[in-house]
Design a protein around this ligand. Structure first.
Ligand code: SF4
Length: 431
C-alpha cells in the first residue's frame, strides 16, 4: 500500500490573546514526529512517507499529489484534534484515501473521531495494531476486531476492542524511520535546551496514574520498556546529532533497565547529551542512578513538580510531596544536571497561590520553570472530576495555556497574573 503519515501543524487558540490582547504565551513544538517514524518502522513492505506539517506547514497537497496515498494516517494530541478532523475531511474531498486517526487524543477519547471523514481509529500504542490494520486492508480481509483499532460508525457507538498492551507492541526489532524526515532535521530543535536534537523512545506508558495525565491511556496503564540494544541502535541511527531527547514521559520508571542503559552508553563512549523526563521520587530513591547518568551524559532533567502544595499534589494523585521535589532538586543540582520544572497553575489560583509559586521557584533556582494551566483532558480522571465545571469545550483551547473552567479570580486578572509569571519564569537566568 501507498501510505502517507501526517503530523498536523502547531494548533490551538489563546484566550489571553483573543480576549485580553495578551500575547507571548505560546508553546511551539519543534520536535520530530517520532510517533509517526515509529509506526513507519513497522510498515516494511509498504511504501511509506511522512508529511510533517509542523516543519513544513504548506507541504500537504504537494505531498498528496505526488504520492497519491491509498491510506493516510494522522496523529494528534488533544489541541490538534480539530485540525486532524479538518485535514481528514479535506483529504476525503480531494482524493478519498482510507483515513486512519491515532495518537494521544484518539487514545484518550476514541469516540471523538467516530465521525464522517474518518474510517478507522487506532487507540493507544499503534506500532503493531496499525500494522495489523494495514495488512488486513491491503489483503482485503475484514479489519473488524483488531484489538486497539476500530472502524468508525458515525451515528452509532465506536466498537473498539481494547488492546492488552505487552512488550510485543513495541516491536523492538524495528527501528524508527528517521530517514523519512531527514529533510527537516535542521528544524528539529528544543526550546530551553537549544541546538539540533534527535528523539529516541526508551519506554511507553507510565508507572503512575496522575489524574491530569493522558499518558497511561496510551498503553492501557502498562509501563513498557525497550531493550537496551534497541535504544542503543536508535541513538546510533541519529548519527552525529549531539543532543538526544528521550521522549518517554517517565524515562527512569524501570531502575534496572535505566541503569543497564546508562552503563552501555558510558561503555560506548558517546559524547552526547541527553534530556529526559524524571519523577522526583525516583531521583530521591536512586541518587546513584542519576550520578551514573550524569556520566552517561544526562544534561537536563524535566521534572513534573506540578504543585508546591501537598494537598493539591495528592488531589492530582501525583504520589509524591513537595519536600521530595525539593530534595530531588538538591541532588540534581549537586550533580550539575539542569532542571526544567513543569508546574500546574489551577484556575482556582488567587494572587496568594501565584505569589507562593513564584517565591518557591526563586528559592530553588530551577533553570527553566514552565507554568501550564490545569486542563482536564478528555479521557483522564481529572476530566471525569471536573466535567460539570467545564465551560469551554472547543478542543482548540486545550493547549495547557487556557482555563477551560471558570477562574476564581476575575478572568482578566487571572490571565494578566499568569502572563506576568510566564514571562518572568522564561526570562530567569541562574548562575
Ligand atoms: S504526569 Fe508523569 S508520572 Fe504522572 S502519569 Fe503522567 S507521565 Fe506518569
Amino acid at each position: 500500500m501507498n501510505i502517507l503519515l501526517i503530523n498536523p501543524p502547531n494548533s490551538g487558540k489563546s484566550i489571553p490573546e483573543e480576549q485580553y490582547g495578551i500575547d507571548g504565551i505560546k508553546m511551539i513544538f519543534r520536535g520530530e514526529p517520532l510517533a509517526l517514524e515509529t509506526l513507519a518502522g513497522n510498515l516494511d513492505g509498504h511504501d511509506v512517507a511522512i508529511t510533517d506539517l509542523k516543519a513544513a506547514p504548506e507541504s500537504l497537497w504537494d505531498d498528496v499529489e505526488r504520492l497519491r496515498p491509498d491510506l493516510v494516517g494522522i496523529t494528534g494530541v488533544t489541541c490538534e484534534a480539530n485540525a486532524v478532523l479538518s485535514i481528514a475531511r479535506d483529504l476525503k474531498t480531494h482524493s478519498d484515501p482510507i483515513v486512519v486517526v491515532g495518537g494521544h487524543h484518539a487514545s484518550s477519547d476514541p469516540e471523538f473521531f467516530n465521525r464522517e471523514g474518518i474510517d478507522y481509529v487506532v487507540a493507544g500504542l499503534g506500532k503493531r495494531s496499525f500494522r495489523e490494520l494495514v495488512d488486513a486492508l491491503a489483503g482485503g480481509r475484514p479489519a473488524d476486531g483488531i484489538p486497539g483499532a476500530a472502524g468508525t460508525d458515525p451515528g452509532g457507538p465506536l466498537r473498539l476492542t481494547p488492546r492488552k498492551f505487552t512488550d510485543a507492541d513495541l516491536v523492538d526489532d524495528r527501528p524508527p524511520r528517521y530517514d523519512l524526515v531527514e529533510q527537516h532535521r535542521d528544524q528539529y530543535v528544543m526550546s530551553g535546551v537549544g541546538g539540533k536534537i534527535g528523539f529516541v523512545a526508551t519506554a511507553f506508558g507510565c508507572t503512575h496514574r496522575c489524574a491530569f495525565c493522558a499518558v497511561p491511556n496510551t498503553t492501557g496503564g502498562r509501563y513498557l520498556t525497550h531493550s537496551v540494544d534497541a535504544v542503543m541502535r536508535d541513538i546510533a541511527l541519529l548519527g552525529d546529532i549531539p543532543l538526544v531527547r528521550l521522549t518517554d514521559a517517565n524515562t527512569f520508571g524501570d531502575v534496572r533497565a535505566s541503569e543497564a542503559l546508562g552503563r552501555r552508553i558510558i561503555e560506548r563512549g558517546w559524547e552526547k547529551k541527553f534530556v529526559a523526563d524524571v519523577r522526583s521520587d525516583t531521583v530521591v530513591r536512586h541518587p546513584e542512578l542519576f550520578s551514573l547518568w550524569k556520566t552517561a551524559g544526562l544534561a537536563t532533567a524535566v521534572i513534573g513538580f506540578e504543585e508546591i502544595s501537598d494537598e493539591r499534589l495528592a488531589g492530582y494523585n501525583k504520589n509524591t510531596a513537595s519536600a521530595v521535589n525539593v530534595r530531588a532538586m538538591e541532588i540534581l543540582q549537586d550533580l550539575g544536571i539542569r532542571i526544567i520544572g513543569d508546574f500546574i497553575v489551577s484556575p482556582d489560583y488567587t494572587e496568594k497561590e501565584f505569589t507562593a509559586l513564584e517565591r518557591f521557584v526563586a528559592a530553588h533556582a530551577i533553570d527553566l520553570p514552565l507554568p501550564s494551566v490545569l486542563t482536564p483532558l478528555p479521557g483522564t480522571p481529572l476530566h471525569d472530576r471536573m466535567k460539570d465545571r467545564i465551560t469551554i469545550h472547543d478542543l482548540d483551547y486545550y493547549t495547557f495555556l487556557n482555563a477551560v473552567v471558570p477562574t476564581r479570580m476575575p478572568e482578566a486578572e487571572f490571565y494578566e497574573t499568569y502572563a506576568g509569571l510566564w514571562k518572568r519564569f522564561l526570562n530567569l537566568k541562574h548562575e
